[in-house]
Design a protein around this ligand. Structure first.
Ligand code: NAD
Ligand code: FES
Length: 286
């Protein structure tokens, strides 16, 4: 059991939990992910690592209440126990001195980019962080990202905070400036990582993306997380989650992520009938 010691709502749907998980954090590194099972009957939720305190054995997780399991996780409070937290999994991000690096985070992808930006800065890179959200109310971790960046550039789709537009608009300007990055790292919705990779390919800027493929066991055995990279089948959980964005088949990833939408809806409807609190949480998201 993994005890929750702190809880914070970052937006209406996005929560941060601090959890006692010393066996996970003792070897955690930027770019790793871990798996959370909210309760005994819950499914496994893979989450890219956000932050940790190794001395205290605390893992900080940020997630969006988007489906049944994340809603269940978000209903837990300080003092409650999470049934299981396992990890770290996946290959960690390979940080070294590249020179200038642009780290690009979209929405709920920003927590995953935070430790990567921090590590790149510690390794002597000039870090340009570009973070994008749909609107001002969804902006998270702005101060945290500022603290690990040489320059922070913020965009919202509607212009209610920072510059109006997508992260790719800012990235294009950066690439065309005297601060052209030597590397781009992007984490966010698939459509954003695809757009970033298409942009950087035209400018020949190496690009790493972190793939949020569907996962089951997270240990390379089930094949659920398979992705195609450079024409080869890879498993995001053991070969990734980081891959060369210029080689990823994003269209296949998009269709695989949508494969179980009907089953997810059936399960959500079933639990809404059983649990009034879960129904209210789903209704609140509409
Ligand atoms: P969102 O739809 O609000 O988009 C966030 C930002 O991404 C936008 O504001 C915009 O700047 C950019 N963006 C979106 N579409 C774009 C496009 N077509 N072209 C260029 N830029 C575009 O994001 P959200 O709803 O917060 O979703 C975040 C996603 O991140 C989720 O799908 C989640 O699965 C994913 N995620 C991935 C990882 C990972 O490790 N890969 C980790 C956490 C979250
Ligand atoms: Fe099963 Fe990757 S999640 S092989």
């Amino acid at each position: 059991m993994y005890k929750i010691v702190e809880k914070k709502a970052l937006t209406k749907d996005i929560k941060m939990l601090a959890v006692e998980a010393p066996d996970v954090v003792f070897n955690a590194k930027a770019g790793n992910f871990f798996v959370v099972i909210p309760d005994e009957k819950g499914e496994r939720i893979p989450l890219t690592i956000y932050d940790w305190n190794r001395e205290k054995g605390i893992l900080y997780m940020i997630f969006q209440e988007i489906g049944l399991s994340t809603i269940k996780l978000g209903k837990l409070n300080v003092g409650d126990n999470i049934y299981a937290v396992a990890g770290p999994f996946g290959k960690h991000f390979h940080s070294k001195k590249y020179g200038k690096v642009a780290v690009v985070g979209g929405g709920v992808g920003v927590p995953a980019i935070f430790p990567i930006a921090r590590q790149l800065k510690q390794d002597g890179n000039k870090v340009f962080s570009i973070i994008g959200y749909r609107t001002k109310d969804l902006v998270i971790l702005e101060e945290e990202m500022k603290s690990v960046s040489d320059e922070l550039l913020l965009a919202t789709n509607d212009g209610s905070a920072g510059q109006k537009g997508f992260v790719t608009d800012i990235l294009k300007n950066l690439i065309e400036s005297e601060n052209r990055p030597d590397l781009v790292v992007a984490v966010g919705p698939v459509v954003m990582m695809k757009a970033v990779s298409e942009l950087t390919k035209t400018y020949n800027v190496p690009t790493v993306v972190s793939l949020n493929a569907m996962m089951v066991d997270a240990t390379g055995m089930c094949g659920g997380c398979r992705v195609t990279v450079g024409g080869e089948v890879k498993f995001a959980c053991v070969d990734g989650p980081d891959f060369d964005g210029h080689k990823v088949d994003f269209n296949q990833l998009t269709s695989r992520l949508a494969a179980y939408k009907d089953e997810e809806k059936t399960s959500a409807d079933h639990h809404c009938r059983l649990d009034k609190g879960i129904k209210e949480a789903f209704d609140g998201r509409k």
